[in-house]
Each structure stands twice: as structure tokens, then as C-alpha cells.
Design a binder for this molecule. Structure first.
Ligand SMILES: [Zn+2]
Length: 163
């Protein structure tokens, strides 16, 4: 007799949930139409996608297509393209949003705050004086003046112009 099934029926849904989490949101994203996954630009080895839980307007992420976890796993082509896309992103976000600065970073590992720890991605967050002082406090819901769809339209066009 499996007591587990009687006393902890919720475990089944927990296990099902845990199974689902095995699929990687980055690997899934570029299989869908760009608009559905908010991809603003597709390069040769890497792509640029909006963060759907943005810290600020224009919060984007750059990731390689390959499912790799750390910087040392990237090949030379990917390293070069990530850097190139970082520069392009900064130029585009600067002209579209006029931020006062940027936070750019990679969270390596869960302990460092990586939400998706097995697929490397670079965060680029535009910042304005007075928005909030420190990124870790931004875990809470914030009211963002611009909707995700209009951010996508705007950045998609801008990336197409630059590319
Ligand atoms: Zn992946």
C-alpha cells in the first residue's frame, strides 16, 4: 500500500510540475514565432529577447542558441557575437529610451540569482536616475509604463534597422 498516494496527493502535481521545468525557456523560445516569445533579434549564434518579467522598460537578454551553462562553454564565435549584440543593444536602447545608465550582467548559478541556470544569458537593464536604487530589491512587482508588446514592436524595428 502506498501511503504516499493517500496522504500526499499533491505530490503528484508537484512531480508533474518538476518535470515540466526540465524544458528550457530559452531553447523553447526560438522554436516559436518571434512575436510569441518576444524575440527582437536573431543573430547567427545568439539571439536577443525581451525579459517578460522586466526590471525596467527595455530589459532584454542575449543568449546563445546552444544550451550551455557557463562562459567557458561558449565558442569564439558566440563570445564575439554576444559582445557585438551587447554593443548594438546599448546603442539601440540608448536611442529608443534615453536611459541614464545600464546594468549589464550574468548570473552564474542559482546562488547568484539565476532564474534559468543551465542556459547562459546576459541581462541588459536600462536605468534612469530615480527608478530604484538597487537591483535585488526589484524582485517585487513594479508598474511599468510601457507594455511588453509595444516594447517588442519598437525594439524589433530598431534591431532590423541596425542589422
Ligand atoms: Zn536551453
Amino acid at each position: 500500500m502506498k501511503l504516499n498516494n493517500i496522504w500526499t496527493p499533491w505530490r503528484l502535481s508537484y512531480i508533474k510540475e518538476a518535470d515540466k521545468i526540465k524544458t528550457c525557456i530559452f531553447c523553447e523560445s526560438f522554436k516559436k514565432p518571434d512575436r510569441d516569445s518576444y524575440i527582437v533579434y536573431k543573430g547567427k549564434t545568439c539571439f536577443v529577447v525581451l525579459n517578460i518579467y522586466p526590471y525596467n522598460n527595455g530589459h532584454i537578454m542575449i543568449a546563445p542558441y546552444r544550451h550551455v551553462a557557463s562562459l567557458e562553454d561558449l565558442n569564439e564565435e558566440e563570445r564575439t557575437e554576444i559582445m557585438d549584440l551587447m554593443v548594438k543593444s546599448i546603442k539601440i536602447l540608448s536611442s529608443e529610451y534615453n536611459p541614464h545608465g545600464f546594468n549589464i550582467g550574468i548570473n552564474l548559478g542559482k546562488a547568484a540569482g539565476a532564474g534559468v541556470e543551465h542556459h547562459l544569458h546576459v541581462h541588459i537593464v536600462p536605468r534612469w536616475v530615480g527608478d530604484t536604487n538597487f537591483m535585488p530589491v526589484l524582485g517585487e512587482t513594479k508598474v511599468l509604463p510601457e507594455l511588453l508588446d509595444s516594447t517588442w514592436d519598437r525594439l524589433r524595428k530598431a534591431f532590423n534597422r541596425v542589422a
